[in-house]
Ligand binder design. Structure first.
Ligand code: HEC
Length: 215
């Protein structure tokens, strides 16, 4: 008896479908590669249709976005801290907020369970990941920038009510999580400036991805 079920006589019936799926996947991959190449090789808008003077000035759909609407979406904070709001936070205030808003999912002191661990797994300097696929990634041992923690918490946590935290609350929770990871002393007042100046242990474990033109 053949080892692969697909070669059983009764299964020949499915063979054309299987071949079709395989060919389709390869084709899909090629298309993806081609379009990716095009975007990477030339970031101009050459592939968009030319402006047509017959088009009306407006298609009459939607409304012009207001500055307030744009600002409400424009919340990204880059690795160098650009975009961080005014405000400040303390470890003490962060501990309280963490216990009521985060601990149910991320565990006491950020140790994890039921969801991701945020602190307290292994020595931050050792970076065991290439040799140990089960090593737990945390903010302290894996994240290259502390500013990402502000950005992530601000835009997506608590899980059920993202965007609900004030700037001071996010600074405080960020301070508590950095403190749990032994990255700042307990008395730190976290501001845009102090947050940006933190040098994360995994900072030099990542390099800029150079395949596409990212200027
Ligand atoms: C209802 C459960 C829940 C609550 C409450 C919650 N989180 Fe999360 N959190 C998650 C889940 C689930 C993920 C993983 C999301 C993903 O991978 O897309 C996550 C991911 C994270 C991560 C990224 C972890 C990593 O290493 O990738 C951080 C940081 C984080 N949460 C912080 C917080 C903070 C701070 C709070 C409280 C303000 C909070 N979370 C509250 C469920 C929760």
């Amino acid at each position: 008896m053949p080892k692969m079920a697909i070669l059983n006589n009764e299964n020949y019936f499915y063979l054309p479908a299987v071949i079709f799926v395989i060919l389709f996947s390869i084709e899909g991959g090629l298309i993806a590669l081609e379009s990716d190449d095009r975007i990477c090789a030339d970031s101009s808008f050459e592939t968009l249709p030319d402006y047509n003077p017959d088009w009306p000035a407006s298609f009459g759909i939607g409304t012009k976005a207001t500055i307030e609407e744009i600002n409400a979406w424009d919340i990204d904070i880059t690795a160098d801290g650009t975009g961080l709001p005014d405000g400040k936070g303390t470890v003490r205030a962060g501990r309280k907020l963490y216990r009521s808003l985060c601990q149910s999912c991320h565990g006491e002191k950020g140790l994890g369970k039921p969801f991701d661990a945020l602190a307290g797994h292994g020595d931050a300097q050792s970076y065991p990941f290439p040799g140990d696929k089960y090593a737990v990634k945390t903010i302290g041992n894996y994240w290259p920038y502390a500013t990402t923690l502000f950005d992530y918490t601000n835009r997506s946590m608590p899980f059920a009510s993202p965007g609900s935290l004030s700037a001071d609350e996010v600074y405080s929770i960020t301070a508590y999580l950095l403190y749990l990871n032994n990255l700042i002393p307990e008395k730190t007042i976290l501001t845009a400036e102090t947050l940006t100046s933190i040098n994360m242990p995994a900072r030099n474990r990542f390099v800029a991805e150079g395949r596409c033109n990212s200027k």
